[in-house]
Design a protein around this ligand. Structure first.
Ligand code: SAM
Length: 777
């Protein structure tokens, strides 16, 4: 559909403000003119819609014709083959009908039923109009059903539809809107649908109708006349049109492009809002993104718009580097059709690391010593990637000759020309907020490797070459971006590098400082062995602009002697021979933050003690020193968790693990789980809930009991809340594990209600609709 502005009629726009009461003499005439103009707009829009529809239908018909042609040709071939067969068989006609089909046809023709059975079993029954039917089979009586049984429909809602507990009827469905206008949720069951009055039903608006409404009102302005006319043309009520327009206004991002554009002006945090809510924070933090693509070979371009492939002209055209063997050796670049490879449609080759590369990666992680096993955190990946990018960093030194074919300028001049060109072409200022945020994230994760940034975080919005140019020709802005918080991205007003050589030099120096410091930080962050060096350790605390958190490794607030051992281990050049992978991760964790060591199970394997009986359980959780748990059929319900070996009272059994999700998300999931009558949600704190449904250990199968043999405890471990399950009493091998889910009495399901709990059933039902039952520690 063409732009609404093309149709904009100035006098019609004025009609938007025309109210129904017009007082001047010229008014009736003006109103008539306005009416006709509005009608014109609507008609032309309708015509456009119709024309588009015609084209669409024609296209569809043509597609169908092509599909059908295949089928009919086949059928035709078969029928010809069959006829030929008849001819071959001496013209004998074959009866291809089954007896039942023939009977039905005969019955219709009023003929007596053909009987090929001459067995004397002529049980002929006369039906209605005297049609004789042989072997009459009485019809099957289907049981009469008054109401169709209830069903449940789940519908994903648009987060812009802000409504509360309201119910909106769409067709015959009843939709419950999420309290927070959330993007998902909803349930409708047909039981209630049945109660919806027929007259309440509203005809849904088609997309074309929406377009007409929106475009007309955008062109003419909203007014009663416009609503009336639209109602007439679309066979609706004016109030419906008005209501629809209001709804369209609120949810204006009706097409994908608009949606994307609206996100582009948000910062990453806001744009990711729902992402953060939906996914487990811990998984994201620990594993990073498994979809990150690394580079197999640093010298191979990452895609058609890799900076190694070529560059952009001042006009924004991509010039591809010519092969050295080209006869046009003096020209280093050739033009490529921007239609063939759109600038923003980079589709980097999906190369996954080769087995050898993977091996190499593992090997390099092992670099810290034999005892340090592989730990695949995002930080590790980043470290590996940053290493590769530093190798790659200066592999392409742009010169004026490369940029401007045939130029005879001196190298210095050419570099300047190059800078000036790209300073303008890759105007970092013009990048959208989200693009800058993504770029910043990429910079943090991958360093200044434009290939990795473009392919992993820019999502095709910026090519590798564009990222490269920003990195190299807007360094001052990049530096600022890196050193400042994401909130200040919009206020970035770095000096344009192209303006002066002097600035360029300063920026270059500044950049190298930042990146130098960053790479040092990375080394500290991920190479645990390096922590043994005092100079490096000092640097950890010297890095002022890193966000520092006071961390203690196990989160326990008491100071035990073993903590000092651990501290010494981490910071004092002591090498512990058999540190496990978990220890290595724990140490990596320590090194990622500014650490205050106050506790730890220094024995790193056998339980540490404080006084006579103190045992730091947090460290056991951190080191995953848990009991073996078996899965089996439960005494009470479904599956249950069983202990393999006997344990003593208060012994740590294991962790209740799961996805770390927000309460908002848990409420949504809880509604589904409640329907299944099986919930793996565990309230962690007022921010997060653990959901073990998809991810969890066997301990998630431990069932509820009011008189349990275990208990759950929320512990602060390495800065995170985690849930440990402990033995409440001595438990012998093979016993099933139970703990008290501690559901709130009014929300507890019947099987979890305590005998003394006098809350009425209705109360429980009422409250469970407003909140899920919460498993508590
Ligand atoms: C965390 S799961 C436990 C594993 C579950 N038995 C299974 O087979 O998946 C919790 C669910 O188990 C069931 N459940 C747990 N304890 C129960 C009990 N004492 N009586 C009845 N059902 C119980 C409930 O359906 C509850 O939602």
């Amino acid at each position: 559909m063409s732009s609404p502005k093309d149709h904009l009629l100035p006098s019609v726009a004025a009609a938007g403000s025309v109210s129904s009461g017009v007082s001047t003499d010229a008014a009736p005439q003006e109103a008539t003119t306005s009416l006709s103009k509005i009608s014109l707009v609507i008609d032309s829009l309708k015509k456009e819609v119709e024309a588009e529809r015609c084209v669409y239908i024609k296209k569809k018909m043509e597609e169908n014709r092509m599909k059908l042609a295949g089928i009919t040709n086949n059928n035709h071939r078969f029928s010809v083959a069959r006829r030929n067969l008849g001819i071959i068989n001496g013209g004998k006609t074959h009866n291809f009908l089954t007896k039942r089909q023939k009977d039905a046809i005969d019955m219709r023709n009023g003929d007596a039923i053909s009987s090929s059975q001459d067995d004397g079993r002529a049980s002929v029954i006369l039906l209605g109009c005297g049609i004789p039917v042989e072997n009459y089979v009485p019809p099957i009586n289907l049981p009469k059903v008054e109401k169709i049984p209830p069903y449940t429909t789940w519908i994903f809602l648009d987060r812009n539809q802000k409504m509360t507990e309201d119910q909106t009827v769409v067709g015959r469905r009843r939709i419950y809107y999420d309290q927070n206008g959330g993007e998902a949720l909803i349930c409708s069951d047909s039981e209630e649908d049945e109660t919806v009055d027929e007259e309440d039903e509203k005809k849904e608006f088609a997309e074309s109708e929406d377009n007409i409404i929106r475009s007309t009102i955008e062109q003419t302005g909203p007014s009663d006349i416009v609503y009336d006319l639209l109602a007439q043309r679309l066979s609706r009520k004016p109030c419906e049109i008005k209501e629809r327009y209001e709804a369209l206004k609120c949810s204006k991002p009706s097409d994908a492009d608009f949606n994307m554009n609206s996100f582009l002006d948000k910062d990453l945090e806001t744009a990711q809002d729902s992402f953060n809510k939906l996914f487990c924070r811990r998984c994201l933090a620990e594993n990073g993104c498994s979809a990150w693509k690394s580079m197999d070979d640093e010298s191979v371009p990452c895609g058609p718009h890799c900076y190694l492939q070529g560059t952009y002209t001042r006009e924004g055209e991509f010039l591809r580097k010519r092969l050295k063997t080209s006869s046009n050796a003096h020209k280093d670049y050739e033009r490529i059709d921007s239609e063939t490879i759109p600038v923003h449609d980079v589709n980097p080759t999906n190369r996954s690391p080769s087995p050898n590369k993977k091996k190499r990666m593992r090997k390099s992680v092992k670099g810290g010593g034999e005892e340090t096993k592989e730990f695949t955190s995002s930080s590790t990946k980043a470290k590996l990637l940053s290493k590769s990018q530093s190798r790659r960093k200066d592999s392409f030194v742009p010169t004026g000759n490369q940029l401007i074919p045939g130029s005879n300028n001196t190298k210095k001049k050419n570099v300047l020309a190059y800078d000036q060109t790209f300073g303008k072409i890759t105007d970092f200022e013009s990048w959208r907020t989200l693009e800058k945020c993504l770029f910043k994230k990429g910079l943090k994760i991958f360093g200044q490797n434009s290939c990795l940034i473009a392919r992993n975080v820019m999502g095709g919005r910026k090519t590798c070459t564009e990222v490269y140019h920003v990195l190299h020709y807007h360094e001052n802005k990049v530096n600022k971006l890196y050193s400042q918080g994401s909130n200040s991205i919009d206020s970035q007003n770095g000096v344009d590098m192209t303006k002066s050589n002097e600035n360029m030099g300063t920026a270059r120096r500044r950049r190298s400082n930042v990146f130098h410091r960053r790479s040092r930080y990375r080394r500290l962050k991920y190479t645990w062995k390096s922590a043994g060096s005092h100079s490096l350790r000092k640097r950890i605390s010297d890095i002022k602009d890193l966000h520092c958190r006071q961390y203690n490794p196990c989160g326990c607030h008491s100071v035990c002697g073993d903590a000092r051992k651990l501290a010494k281990f981490v910071l004092g050049d002591v090498i512990v021979p058999k540190a496990s992978a978990e220890v290595a991760s724990a140490l990596a964790l320590l090194l990622t933050e500014n650490v205050t060591l106050i506790c730890g199970d220094g024995t790193l394997g056998s339980p540490g003690t404080k006084g006579n009986s103190y045992e730091c359980q947090n460290m056991k959780l951190l080191l995953k020193q848990q009991q073996r748990v078996l899965l089996g059929r439960s005494e009470v319900s479904g599956w249950g968790a069983f202990l393999k070996n006997s344990v003593a009272k208060d012994e740590y059994l294991g962790e209740y693990t799961g996805e770390l999700i927000s309460h908002h998300e848990a409420d949504k999931r809880g509604k589904i789980y409640d329907l299944e009558n099986s919930s793996f949600l565990f309230n962690l704190n007022d921010q997060y809930v653990l959901d073990a449904y998809r991810k969890g250990d066997k301990l998630k199968f431990a069932n509820h009991s009011p008189d349990p043999n275990c208990y759950a405890k929320v512990m602060m471990v390495a800065g995170d809340h985690r849930v440990g399950i402990f033995a409440k009493e001595n438990i012998s091998a093979g016993e099933e594990l139970f703990y008290d889910y501690r559901y709130e009495p009014d929300k507890a399901p019947s099987w979890a209600k305590k005998p003394g709990d006098c809350s009425r059933k209705e109360d429980a039902t009422a409250s469970s609709s407003s909140g899920r039952a919460k498993k508590l520690a």
